[in-house]
Structures are given as C-alpha cells and as structure tokens.
Ligand binder design. Sequence first.
Ligand code: DAH
Length: 335
Amino acid sequence: MEELKSDALAEVAAAASSAALKEVEVRWLGKKGRLTALLKGLKDLAPDERKLRGKALNLLKKDLVEAIGSKGAELQRAEVEASTEGEWVDVTLPGIEPAAGGLHPLTQVMEDVEEVFRGMGYHVMDYPEAEDEFHNFESLNIPADHPARDIQDTFYLTDGNLLRTHTSSGQVRAMRNLEPPFRAIFIGRVYRFEATDASHEHTFHQIEGLMIDRNVSVAHLRSSMTQLLAGVFGRKVEVRLRPGYFPFVEPGFELDLRCMVCGGKGCPVCKNSGWVEFLGCGLVHPNVIRAGGLDPSEWEGWAFGVGLSRLVMMKYEIDDIRWLMSGDLRFLRQF
Ligand code: DAH
C-alpha cells in the first residue's frame, strides 16, 4: 500500500503540465485506472480483508485526489504566468490614434449656415440636382432664346433634363410648395460646363435664399442681407449694393462686402478696392412670382444666391477652388 502511494504521488509530482497531470489522473482514477481496478476488486475478497483494504484504498484515493488538486492549481498558475509573460502591455506608452473620418469643410460651413437661417425662421429645403429646363431657366424668366442662357454653360442630360446650373432652380419649387408668406433657403451642388482653374470648377456649391411676402422693398433686402451675413460671419459686416443683371430679379444687385482682410484700406484680396464681390440678389421678378403660382399684384419677394464654395474659401483661406472637390486626403485631413 505504501509503495502504491509513493508511486502515485511521484507521478503527480513529476507531471510537468496540466495535460500531463490529466494523464496521471486517468491512469490512476479513470474508469480503467489502477486504483479504480483495485477498488473494484474489493468485492471478491473475504469480508475482513475487504474492510481493511477498503479503508486503506479509500484513504489513498483521498490523498491522491488532494495531491492532484493542489498540483493542478500550481501548474495552472505557472502556465498563465508563462503565457502572459510575452504579452505584457506598457500602459504608460502613448496610444495610437485611431483613424477617424471627419466632416468635409463644405459640410461644416453648410451646417453652420443652416443653423443661422433656421434660427431666423427659414425653411431649409432640398431640391433635385438633375432638373428640367423649366425650373432652371424658363420659370426664372430665361426663355430658350434669351441671351442670358449664354451666361451659364450647361451640362445637358440625354433625357433632355440638365444638371442645375444654380440653386435658383429651387425658387419656383419653393413657391409652389410653401404657403406664403415664407422664407426658405436651399443649399446644394451645382454644375457648369466650365474650363477649370483656381477660381472655376465644374462642380461647386451655392446657397439660395428666397423670401415671399407683401410689400417687400430694397430696404428690406439690404437690411436682411446685412443681418444674415453678420450671422454667417459672426461679426458686423458692411455691405454695398451695385446694380447687377439677373433675369429673375428686378431690380437686381451685386452685393459687395467690405474687405475683411484689410478692413477696406486696400489689399490684394480686394484688388485694392476695399470691397469684395460677394453675392447676387434682387427683388423677385413678377414673371417668376407668376411661374410660382402666385399673384404678383399681391406677393413680392427678394432672393439671393451666393457661392458656398466661395464662403468656405474665404473662411479657411483656400487659394484654389479645385481642392474642395478633389477628394485629396492631404487637404481634407486639415479640417
Ligand atoms: N443664380 C445666380 C448665379 O448662379 C445667383 C443669383 C443672383 C441668385 C441673383 C439670386 C439672385 O437669387 O437674386 O450666379
């Protein structure tokens, strides 16, 4: 019995891994194990001897189970330690910044502008980029033979529609969709068949504003523009109106901003004039009001159109419009 015990415990002590220990366990205590076989053999012995041997074997079994248990815990601890030794982490090292996407500068400024206008009670509308000639030209007082169609070079689609050349295409849609009086802006992508350079791009973005009400004057237009631009730029702006021709407004204006770079003293940005040409605007032409399904003797309005791309370029001092649509990550990562 002593020999049996020291054999078993020696095997337990010699097990070098959890797997080896498991084998020892099976060898002794498994269904066909040595100790199991001896215990099974008890039934063939005479009652006195069975009692004596039974007691000794059960004691041995108890010792063996205990020895396997504590050896197992010891081996497991060692194994966990060994496996984590090569995998430790220095939590004091600086982290690796995960690559994260961001909003395009056009989107950022667009969202800012939307917020300013929403705060002033404007609807923010969205209209199709693929338009028909009616909404892009006819309804805006630009008939097929009108020389103004030459101002804008148009991408025509094979189905006779076109890619809108300006967001003004939304004016009549807005008049037909909204109950007057109303004010709305539509911001979006516009297209021109254009030779590209630092200040011309075939795809760019505009913001269009339209206000329809009774008894609208140029004074309203001027003060609204000043207020809106102050909201967009976050500071007071000085504006000046010059006569400008757009078929869908009468009178029409070019609005200039006092140069924000030099404050009006004259610099390369304003070409030494102190003013920067900024947007087109005017009182909505009666023909356009009519195309919108409203009676021009009752309803009047003002409209403006401004380049969102231009706004973004001024805000971030971007010197070439082609960066905006380039998809170049070296450019985009700076925002
Ligand atoms: N649609 C014009 C353009 O693309 C800009 C414009 C001028 C819009 C005068 C207006 C406006 O609403 O009143 O150049």
